[in-house]
Ligand binder design. Structure first.
Ligand code: GAR
Length: 218
């Protein structure tokens, strides 16, 4: 039976598209059951519809508070009985109840080499700091924002004439390789979280797996 995946997104959905492409190419033994967004107008939902993948929106505007919105989101996801919930540019902070519901089976991609640059505007901040190495990180989601156990990172250089857009684009292209690869590990049973510790191929992962991309191609 293939691995049932629900993808959460808020924006353009380029990571969603990369994952869907890998699935369609037969590189990823998963079934994307649905793309779910907090934003009814997210371009990622349009991408899903155009691929014949169910697109669902659960807008916070329809709920009095964060707790009730997250409960509705939880119910929407539960309908698909996912083996894995993949956050791909979902830009809201989850309640503890939500995180508990999908503990051990929810991962996120963040545009920095965590634990550096948690939070927003990661590309701008590393440029301001004059950093030379940037990238993205896939981690399990816990209640600590951008703080869950690390699984893998893709490293890209910061080039002397980079601006926020060129750097973001380079990180994005790396994300499109790293995320499908790691989802594949979960789908084939290679990646698990045991007692809060990441295991790969049956052994505790002491450091996140690192990939290096000078300039990945989509
Ligand atoms: C990605 O760069 C992802 O790392 C980031 O949002 C972007 C979504 O792009 N996620 C976060 O910042 C989460 N804290 P996409 O919609 O084109 O996949």
């Amino acid at each position: 039976m293939s691995h049932r995946v629900v993808i959460l997104l808020s924006g353009s959905g380029s990571n969603f598209a990369a994952i869907a492409q890998a699935m369609r190419d037969g590189r990823l033994p998963i079934e994307i059951c649905a793309a779910v967004s907090d934003r009814p107008d997210a371009y990622g939902l349009e991408r899903a519809r155009s691929l014949g993948i169910t697109a669902v929106s659960v807008s916070p505007k329809d709920f009095p508070d964060r707790a009730s919105h997250d409960r509705a989101l939880m119910a929407a996801i539960d309908e698909y009985t996912p083996d894995l919930v993949v956050c791909a540019g979902y830009m809201r902070i989850f309640t503890g109840e939500f995180v508990q519901r999908f503990a051990d089976r929810m991962i996120n991609i963040h545009p920095s080499l965590l634990p550096a640059y948690k939070g927003l505007h990661t590309h701008r901040r590393i440029l301001e700091d004059g950093g030379t190495q940037h990238g993205c990180t896939v981690h399990y989601v816990t209640e600590e924002l951008d703080g869950g156990p690390l699984v893998g990172q893709a490293v890209v250089p910061v080039l002397p004439d980079d601006n926020e857009d060129t750097l973001a684009a380079r990180v994005h292209r790396a994300e499109h390789h790293l995320y499908p690869e790691i989802i594949g590990w979960h789908a084939t049973g290679r990646l698990t979280l045991i007692g809060g510790a990441v295991h790969l191929d049956g052994a505790p992962l002491l450091q996140p797996v690192r990939r290096s991309y000078v300039d990945a191609q989509d």
